[in-house]
Design a protein around this ligand. Structure first.
Ligand code: HEM
Length: 393
């Protein structure tokens, strides 16, 4: 019998700093030796194989998203990502029409293109920049301002608030400064919502704020879901834009396939999101006793679904550590694999594959890496920290 809070999974100790620098070697060993492993340093049981995650994530009676004691609930309020079943669907069905593939085609794609054009107009003549800070960050921020309806803030606030919330909800060591930064971010978002609510109440638009309020979601829940959207909707596209550009610049033969129209931009983005998944993990709480692949779980066990590992599972991907724009990415679960499948997937695909990548490569001629080294980090959220590049101004 497992003890509550600790599954019978084989223990697999890690060096947390190494895991942050590069989790992939340890994850590959887990997939081989202990595919469901208890990692004492994270006090969590990790599911590392793609099929275990794909099946388990849908068993919401066991793998619950309802985590009342979790940091996300405490610091950001209980949003739809921390609800199960009917409670989750009640909010998701009001939220989703604002970011559905149809809404993205009708309202957002052109708005995203206008943001990209404006940012590149200012950047084109410079000849060199940190493309993460000068393009990926402002583009994600401007797009997210449009989608959320918080057009009264600046993109740098959007980015700083998103970062502060992500650090707040990953603050397992209880660092007081990180918690204070997270509180400041949520207070800033609430103030921005206070300003915009009367505007969208009077003049409805296509934004999430407007669609949720007019869809009848209680105001408190609207606030929680706007915070959720900011925590996930800024950092991930920012990292994916910078990361995909870097992947192409460091793999000229793959870049040539795109130039020769053998691979499309969407394929390139999907392969990047498989190769270095921006969201490497999603957490769950065990709600009732259950067994998966011979491991017994007890109520209150903390489980991490390791999407980043699933997307390098040798059972589905040949030479998974290779960035290969020609591969079939249908089995990738970079956007999740259950009822919480990323609500912003269509918006992300439009922002990154339809707008950001083609615009950057069309406008910044002769794009190449500059001298400073590129830094990459993270395992729960992974991505580039900088992208110094030069081009022919
Ligand atoms: C490259 C970009 C992105 C990636 C890789 C990504 C990935 C993910 C993943 C892995 C999840 C969790 C799925 C699960 O637990 O099954 C998720 C959830 C979510 N994402 Fe994204 N995301 C991205 C961008 C966005 C954007 C731009 C938005 C908003 C405009 C967004 C909004 C959401 C929301 C609201 C949820 C929770 C859905 C629910 O609980 O039903 N994401 N995303």
């Amino acid at each position: 019998m497992p003890i509550s809070g600790m599954s019978t999974a084989a223990p697999f100790p890690i060096d947390v700093a190494d895991f942050w620098r590069d989790p992939y070697p340890a994850l590959a060993r887990m997939r081989r030796e202990a595919p469901i492993a208890f990692v004492p340093q994270l006090n969590a049981t990790l599911l590392t194989r793609r099929d275990d995650i794909f099946v388990s994530e849908k068993r919401i009676d066991v793998f619950s998203s309802h985590q009342p004691a979790g940091l996300m609930n405490r610091l950001m309020g209980q949003n739809m990502m921390r609800k199960d079943g009917a409670a989750h669907m009640a909010e998701r069905s009001i939220f989703f029409p604002a970011v559905s593939p149809k809404a993205v085609r009708a309202h957002w794609r052109d708005a995203f293109q206008a943001h990209a054009d404006r940012i590149l107009d200012g950047l084109e003549g410079a000849g060199r920049a940190d493309l993460l800070a000068a393009f990926a960050l402002p583009l994600s921020g401007e797009c997210l301002k449009s989608v959320t309806g918080l057009t009264n803030i600046c993109f740098s606030e959007m980015d700083a608030w998103s970062q502060a919330m992500i650090e707040g909800i990953a603050n397992y060591t209880g660092d007081a400064a990180a918690e204070a930064r997270c509180h400041a971010a949520t207070a800033g978002i609430d103030a921005a919502i206070d300003d915009m609510l009367p505007v969208v109440r009077k003049t409805p638009d296509h934004s999430l704020l407007s669609v949720m309020i007019h869809g009848g979601m209680p105001e408190q829940n609207v606030r929680h879901n706007i915070k959720l959207t900011i925590s996930g909707g800024q950092n991930e596209p920012r990292k994916a834009i910078a990361g995909t550009v870097w992947a192409l610049l460091t793999h000229p033969e793959q870049c040539a396939l795109v130039r020769d129209r053998k691979a499309g931009w969407l394929q390139v983005f999907e392969e990047f999101a498989r190769w270095i998944s921006p969201i490497g993990m999603s957490s769950r709480r065990i709600a009732k006793p259950a067994s998966v692949s011979g491991v017994d779980f007890a109520p209150e066990d903390r489980v991490f679904l390791m999407f980043g590992s699933a997307n390098r599972d040798e059972a589905h991907f040949v030479e998974p550590e290779r960035f290969d724009v020609m591969r079939d990415t249908a089995k990738s679960i970079a956007f999740g694999a259950g009822p919480h499948f990323c609500a912003g997937a269509a918006a992300s695909r439009a922002m990154i594959a339809d707008v950001a990548l083609p615009s950057v490569f069309a406008r910044l001629k002769g794009l190449r890496l500059d001298s400073e080294p590129v830094r990459i980090g993270g395992w729960a959220f992974r991505g580039l920290l900088n992208l110094p590049v030069a081009w022919d101004a």
